[in-house]
Design a protein around this ligand. Structure first.
Ligand code: NAD
Length: 261
Protein backbone atom coordinates (compact mmCIF):
# COMPACT_ATOMS: atom_id res chain seq x y z
CA UNK A 1 0.00 0.00 0.00
CA UNK A 2 1.19 3.50 -0.84
CA UNK A 3 1.36 5.18 2.56
CA UNK A 4 1.91 8.74 1.41
CA UNK A 5 -0.04 11.89 0.68
CA UNK A 6 0.53 11.72 -3.07
CA UNK A 7 -2.51 11.81 -5.32
CA UNK A 8 -0.71 10.18 -8.25
CA UNK A 9 -3.29 8.20 -10.28
CA UNK A 10 -6.13 9.29 -7.97
CA UNK A 11 -9.15 11.51 -8.63
CA UNK A 12 -10.76 13.96 -6.21
CA UNK A 13 -14.08 15.81 -6.70
CA UNK A 14 -14.63 18.92 -4.60
CA UNK A 15 -18.03 20.64 -4.52
CA UNK A 16 -17.87 24.40 -4.05
CA UNK A 17 -14.30 24.22 -5.34
CA UNK A 18 -14.39 27.50 -7.25
CA UNK A 19 -13.73 29.76 -4.27
CA UNK A 20 -13.03 30.02 -0.56
CA UNK A 21 -12.09 26.86 1.32
CA UNK A 22 -12.94 24.63 -1.66
CA UNK A 23 -10.50 26.51 -3.88
CA UNK A 24 -7.74 26.06 -1.29
CA UNK A 25 -8.54 22.34 -1.21
CA UNK A 26 -8.47 22.04 -5.02
CA UNK A 27 -5.09 23.78 -5.20
CA UNK A 28 -3.60 21.57 -2.49
CA UNK A 29 -4.89 18.36 -4.08
CA UNK A 30 -3.66 19.37 -7.55
CA UNK A 31 -0.23 20.18 -6.10
CA UNK A 32 -0.18 16.72 -4.50
CA UNK A 33 -0.77 15.12 -7.91
CA UNK A 34 -4.51 14.42 -7.74
CA UNK A 35 -6.68 14.79 -10.81
CA UNK A 36 -9.15 17.40 -9.54
CA UNK A 37 -12.80 17.93 -10.45
CA UNK A 38 -14.20 21.31 -9.42
CA UNK A 39 -17.99 20.97 -9.11
CA UNK A 40 -19.50 24.39 -8.48
CA UNK A 41 -22.60 26.41 -9.34
CA UNK A 42 -20.43 29.42 -10.28
CA UNK A 43 -19.42 28.62 -13.86
CA UNK A 44 -17.46 31.82 -14.43
CA UNK A 45 -15.18 31.29 -11.44
CA UNK A 46 -15.06 27.54 -12.01
CA UNK A 47 -13.83 27.86 -15.58
CA UNK A 48 -11.29 30.59 -14.70
CA UNK A 49 -10.00 28.59 -11.74
CA UNK A 50 -9.63 25.33 -13.62
CA UNK A 51 -7.85 27.11 -16.49
CA UNK A 52 -5.41 28.81 -14.11
CA UNK A 53 -4.71 25.55 -12.27
CA UNK A 54 -4.21 23.67 -15.54
CA UNK A 55 -1.72 26.33 -16.68
CA UNK A 56 0.14 25.74 -13.42
CA UNK A 57 0.54 22.08 -14.41
CA UNK A 58 -2.47 20.57 -12.61
CA UNK A 59 -4.87 18.03 -14.06
CA UNK A 60 -8.12 19.87 -13.41
CA UNK A 61 -11.64 19.77 -14.82
CA UNK A 62 -14.61 22.01 -14.06
CA UNK A 63 -18.15 20.61 -14.13
CA UNK A 64 -20.95 23.15 -13.66
CA UNK A 65 -22.97 21.67 -10.80
CA UNK A 66 -25.79 22.94 -8.64
CA UNK A 67 -25.71 20.43 -5.77
CA UNK A 68 -29.43 21.02 -5.10
CA UNK A 69 -30.21 19.34 -8.43
CA UNK A 70 -29.78 15.55 -8.26
CA UNK A 71 -29.37 15.16 -12.03
CA UNK A 72 -26.51 17.70 -12.03
CA UNK A 73 -24.82 15.85 -9.17
CA UNK A 74 -25.19 12.56 -11.03
CA UNK A 75 -23.71 14.28 -14.11
CA UNK A 76 -20.67 15.50 -12.14
CA UNK A 77 -19.90 11.94 -11.02
CA UNK A 78 -20.50 10.58 -14.52
CA UNK A 79 -18.25 13.23 -16.12
CA UNK A 80 -15.48 12.35 -13.67
CA UNK A 81 -15.70 8.64 -14.46
CA UNK A 82 -15.88 9.34 -18.19
CA UNK A 83 -12.67 11.34 -18.14
CA UNK A 84 -10.61 9.59 -15.46
CA UNK A 85 -12.42 6.27 -14.84
CA UNK A 86 -12.08 6.55 -11.06
CA UNK A 87 -13.51 8.61 -8.22
CA UNK A 88 -11.26 8.14 -5.20
CA UNK A 89 -12.28 11.08 -3.02
CA UNK A 90 -15.27 13.40 -2.72
CA UNK A 91 -15.41 16.48 -0.53
CA UNK A 92 -18.96 17.74 0.00
CA UNK A 93 -17.74 21.24 0.72
CA UNK A 94 -20.30 23.51 -1.04
CA UNK A 95 -22.31 25.45 1.49
CA UNK A 96 -24.18 28.69 2.07
CA UNK A 97 -25.16 30.86 5.02
CA UNK A 98 -28.57 32.45 5.34
CA UNK A 99 -28.87 36.17 6.05
CA UNK A 100 -28.38 36.46 9.78
CA UNK A 101 -31.69 36.80 11.64
CA UNK A 102 -33.38 35.72 14.84
CA UNK A 103 -36.07 33.01 14.48
CA UNK A 104 -38.89 35.58 14.69
CA UNK A 105 -37.64 37.11 11.44
CA UNK A 106 -36.78 33.87 9.65
CA UNK A 107 -37.24 34.01 5.89
CA UNK A 108 -38.69 30.61 4.87
CA UNK A 109 -37.13 30.82 1.40
CA UNK A 110 -33.67 31.20 2.96
CA UNK A 111 -34.35 28.26 5.26
CA UNK A 112 -35.28 26.08 2.27
CA UNK A 113 -32.20 27.18 0.33
CA UNK A 114 -29.82 26.50 3.24
CA UNK A 115 -31.27 23.02 3.74
CA UNK A 116 -31.16 22.31 -0.01
CA UNK A 117 -27.51 23.32 -0.50
CA UNK A 118 -26.00 22.28 2.83
CA UNK A 119 -27.92 19.08 3.52
CA UNK A 120 -29.71 17.75 0.43
CA UNK A 121 -26.63 18.45 -1.73
CA UNK A 122 -24.42 16.07 0.30
CA UNK A 123 -27.25 13.49 0.29
CA UNK A 124 -27.38 13.50 -3.51
CA UNK A 125 -23.60 13.42 -3.88
CA UNK A 126 -23.26 10.56 -1.40
CA UNK A 127 -25.87 8.62 -3.35
CA UNK A 128 -24.02 8.84 -6.66
CA UNK A 129 -20.48 8.73 -5.26
CA UNK A 130 -21.21 5.64 -3.14
CA UNK A 131 -22.60 3.87 -6.23
CA UNK A 132 -19.41 4.64 -8.16
CA UNK A 133 -17.03 3.84 -5.31
CA UNK A 134 -18.81 0.57 -4.53
CA UNK A 135 -18.28 -0.55 -8.12
CA UNK A 136 -14.58 0.33 -8.07
CA UNK A 137 -14.04 -1.31 -4.65
CA UNK A 138 -13.60 1.69 -2.35
CA UNK A 139 -12.98 5.40 -1.87
CA UNK A 140 -13.31 8.15 0.70
CA UNK A 141 -15.99 10.81 1.26
CA UNK A 142 -15.62 13.85 3.47
CA UNK A 143 -18.61 15.98 4.45
CA UNK A 144 -18.43 19.58 5.61
CA UNK A 145 -20.22 20.57 8.83
CA UNK A 146 -19.28 23.38 11.22
CA UNK A 147 -18.82 23.82 14.96
CA UNK A 148 -22.21 25.59 14.90
CA UNK A 149 -23.79 22.16 14.25
CA UNK A 150 -23.25 21.32 17.89
CA UNK A 151 -22.62 24.69 19.55
CA UNK A 152 -25.55 26.40 17.80
CA UNK A 153 -25.69 29.96 16.49
CA UNK A 154 -28.69 32.17 17.37
CA UNK A 155 -28.44 34.30 14.23
CA UNK A 156 -27.87 31.38 11.84
CA UNK A 157 -30.28 28.62 12.94
CA UNK A 158 -30.93 27.29 9.42
CA UNK A 159 -27.20 26.96 8.71
CA UNK A 160 -26.52 25.33 12.08
CA UNK A 161 -29.43 22.88 11.78
CA UNK A 162 -28.43 21.92 8.23
CA UNK A 163 -24.87 21.22 9.41
CA UNK A 164 -26.19 19.10 12.30
CA UNK A 165 -28.00 17.09 9.63
CA UNK A 166 -24.69 16.59 7.81
CA UNK A 167 -23.26 15.01 10.96
CA UNK A 168 -26.22 12.61 11.19
CA UNK A 169 -25.90 11.83 7.47
CA UNK A 170 -22.22 10.96 7.92
CA UNK A 171 -22.83 8.72 10.91
CA UNK A 172 -25.77 6.98 9.22
CA UNK A 173 -23.97 6.18 5.99
CA UNK A 174 -20.69 5.28 7.67
CA UNK A 175 -22.39 2.37 9.43
CA UNK A 176 -22.90 0.65 6.08
CA UNK A 177 -20.44 1.93 3.49
CA UNK A 178 -17.33 0.84 5.40
CA UNK A 179 -18.14 -2.70 4.27
CA UNK A 180 -17.61 -1.56 0.68
CA UNK A 181 -14.19 -0.11 1.48
CA UNK A 182 -15.57 3.45 1.53
CA UNK A 183 -14.43 5.65 4.39
CA UNK A 184 -16.80 8.46 5.31
CA UNK A 185 -15.95 11.27 7.71
CA UNK A 186 -17.08 14.79 8.53
CA UNK A 187 -15.15 17.98 9.27
CA UNK A 188 -16.37 20.48 11.83
CA UNK A 189 -14.33 23.70 11.35
CA UNK A 190 -14.43 26.79 13.47
CA UNK A 191 -13.99 30.26 11.95
CA UNK A 192 -12.06 30.29 8.67
CA UNK A 193 -10.69 33.57 7.44
CA UNK A 194 -11.26 35.49 4.25
CA UNK A 195 -14.02 33.57 2.45
CA UNK A 196 -17.27 34.99 1.03
CA UNK A 197 -19.22 32.96 3.59
CA UNK A 198 -17.26 34.26 6.56
CA UNK A 199 -17.77 37.82 5.26
CA UNK A 200 -21.51 37.22 4.87
CA UNK A 201 -21.65 36.46 8.59
CA UNK A 202 -20.58 40.10 9.02
CA UNK A 203 -23.08 41.50 6.47
CA UNK A 204 -20.61 41.27 3.60
CA UNK A 205 -17.64 43.07 5.04
CA UNK A 206 -14.21 42.18 6.36
CA UNK A 207 -13.95 41.96 10.16
CA UNK A 208 -12.60 45.07 11.85
CA UNK A 209 -9.36 44.78 13.78
CA UNK A 210 -11.36 44.91 17.00
CA UNK A 211 -13.63 42.03 15.87
CA UNK A 212 -10.59 39.99 14.83
CA UNK A 213 -8.98 40.45 18.21
CA UNK A 214 -12.31 39.60 19.91
CA UNK A 215 -12.56 36.37 17.91
CA UNK A 216 -8.95 35.45 18.55
CA UNK A 217 -9.47 35.98 22.27
CA UNK A 218 -12.08 33.19 22.13
CA UNK A 219 -9.69 30.81 20.37
CA UNK A 220 -7.10 29.15 22.63
CA UNK A 221 -4.54 29.03 19.78
CA UNK A 222 -5.17 32.77 19.25
CA UNK A 223 -5.33 32.44 15.46
CA UNK A 224 -8.12 32.21 12.90
CA UNK A 225 -8.22 29.19 10.58
CA UNK A 226 -7.29 29.42 6.91
CA UNK A 227 -8.48 27.45 3.86
CA UNK A 228 -5.09 25.70 3.72
CA UNK A 229 -5.64 24.30 7.22
CA UNK A 230 -8.73 22.53 5.92
CA UNK A 231 -6.91 21.51 2.72
CA UNK A 232 -4.06 19.86 4.62
CA UNK A 233 -6.44 17.94 6.86
CA UNK A 234 -8.54 16.84 3.87
CA UNK A 235 -5.41 15.69 2.04
CA UNK A 236 -4.51 13.47 4.97
CA UNK A 237 -8.07 12.12 5.29
CA UNK A 238 -8.17 11.28 1.58
CA UNK A 239 -4.91 9.36 1.79
CA UNK A 240 -4.18 5.74 2.76
CA UNK A 241 -2.53 7.16 5.90
CA UNK A 242 -6.08 7.66 7.22
CA UNK A 243 -7.08 4.04 6.50
CA UNK A 244 -8.61 3.47 9.96
CA UNK A 245 -10.45 6.81 10.30
CA UNK A 246 -14.13 6.24 9.54
CA UNK A 247 -17.46 7.58 10.79
CA UNK A 248 -15.61 10.35 12.62
CA UNK A 249 -16.71 13.93 13.21
CA UNK A 250 -13.42 15.79 13.26
CA UNK A 251 -13.09 19.26 14.77
CA UNK A 252 -10.56 21.72 13.32
CA UNK A 253 -10.93 25.00 15.16
CA UNK A 254 -7.84 25.95 17.16
CA UNK A 255 -9.84 25.08 20.29
CA UNK A 256 -12.64 27.60 19.51
CA UNK A 257 -15.55 25.25 20.27
CA UNK A 258 -17.74 25.61 22.23
CA UNK A 259 -18.06 29.27 21.32
CA UNK A 260 -20.60 30.02 24.07
CA UNK A 261 -18.09 29.31 26.84
P1 NAD B 1 -17.59 30.35 0.10
O1 NAD B 1 -18.89 31.09 0.02
O2 NAD B 1 -16.32 31.08 -0.03
O3 NAD B 1 -17.57 29.15 -0.97
C1 NAD B 1 -18.68 28.33 -1.18
C2 NAD B 1 -18.60 27.75 -2.59
O4 NAD B 1 -19.77 26.90 -2.76
C3 NAD B 1 -18.64 28.82 -3.69
O5 NAD B 1 -17.69 28.54 -4.69
C4 NAD B 1 -20.06 28.69 -4.24
O6 NAD B 1 -20.17 29.07 -5.61
C5 NAD B 1 -20.34 27.22 -4.02
N1 NAD B 1 -21.79 26.92 -4.00
C6 NAD B 1 -22.77 27.62 -3.37
N2 NAD B 1 -23.96 27.07 -3.64
C7 NAD B 1 -23.73 25.98 -4.43
C8 NAD B 1 -24.56 25.02 -5.05
N3 NAD B 1 -25.90 25.06 -4.93
N4 NAD B 1 -23.98 24.05 -5.79
C9 NAD B 1 -22.63 24.02 -5.96
N5 NAD B 1 -21.80 24.92 -5.43
C10 NAD B 1 -22.34 25.89 -4.67
O7 NAD B 1 -17.68 29.57 1.52
P2 NAD B 1 -16.52 28.86 2.38
O8 NAD B 1 -16.30 29.67 3.59
O9 NAD B 1 -15.39 28.47 1.52
O10 NAD B 1 -17.33 27.57 2.87
C11 NAD B 1 -17.10 26.27 2.35
C12 NAD B 1 -17.72 25.27 3.30
O11 NAD B 1 -17.10 25.37 4.57
C13 NAD B 1 -19.21 25.50 3.55
O12 NAD B 1 -19.89 24.25 3.60
C14 NAD B 1 -19.25 26.15 4.91
O13 NAD B 1 -20.44 25.92 5.59
C15 NAD B 1 -18.07 25.47 5.58
N6 NAD B 1 -17.52 26.22 6.72
C16 NAD B 1 -17.02 27.47 6.55
C17 NAD B 1 -16.53 28.18 7.64
C18 NAD B 1 -15.98 29.57 7.50
O14 NAD B 1 -15.72 30.21 8.54
N7 NAD B 1 -15.75 30.08 6.31
C19 NAD B 1 -16.54 27.58 8.92
C20 NAD B 1 -17.06 26.29 9.06
C21 NAD B 1 -17.54 25.62 7.95
Amino acid sequence: MNLSLTGEGRTALITGGASGIGLGVCRRFAAAGYRVVIADIDAERGVATSQAMTQDGGEVMFVATDVTQPEQVENAVAATLKRWERLDFVFNNAGILETGALIEDLDEAELDRALAVNLKGPFYMCKYAVRAMKMQGGGAILNMASITAEDGSPYFPAYSASKAGVIALTRSLARKVGRYGIRMNCLKPGSIDGTALSQKALQGREPTQRERLGLMAKIPLAQIGRPEDIANFALFLASPLARHIHGSILTIDGGESPGYK
